[in-house]
Design a protein around this ligand. Structure first.
Ligand code: HEC
Length: 88
């Protein structure tokens, strides 16, 4: 049973981190994966449509600033463009 759970959790991790992330090897995908998994599991770009991502990014900006993890504007721009391209 434990072994099954272990394999399952590996599959989930790979889905989020690996092949399933669009353009997984691009700098934008890497930046997104790094910045947006600091507090919770990385959300998949297809999870939301672009209007909802725009809202969510504003909320996350506040959360990150409140925790002293403010990101440069340029990084927000890259992550927003990535999510816009790959949104639901
Ligand atoms: C400073 C910590 C922090 C960082 C960094 C962060 N988030 Fe969040 N995020 C939260 C918290 C807190 C919540 C609400 C509680 C939860 O769902 O875990 C949340 C929730 C979310 C949700 C809703 C999750 C759900 O279950 O529906 C999404 C989507 C999301 N974040 C996207 C992002 C994206 C995109 C980034 C990168 C730009 C990011 N987060 C970076 C703290 C953070």
């Amino acid at each position: 049973m434990h072994k099954v759970l272990f394999v399952l959790s590996l599959m989930v991790t790979q889905t989020v981190w690996g092949m399933d992330l669009p353009d997984a090897d691009s700098p934008a995908a890497r930046l997104f994966a790094e910045r947006c998994s600091a507090c919770h599991a990385l959300p998949h770009p297809k999870r939301l449509d672009w209007p909802h991502w725009q809202h969510m990014l504003r909320v996350m900006k506040q959360r990150m600033e409140a925790r002293g993890m403010a990101m440069p504007q340029e990084e927000w721009r890259v992550i927003a463009a990535y999510l816009r391209n790959h949104a639901r």
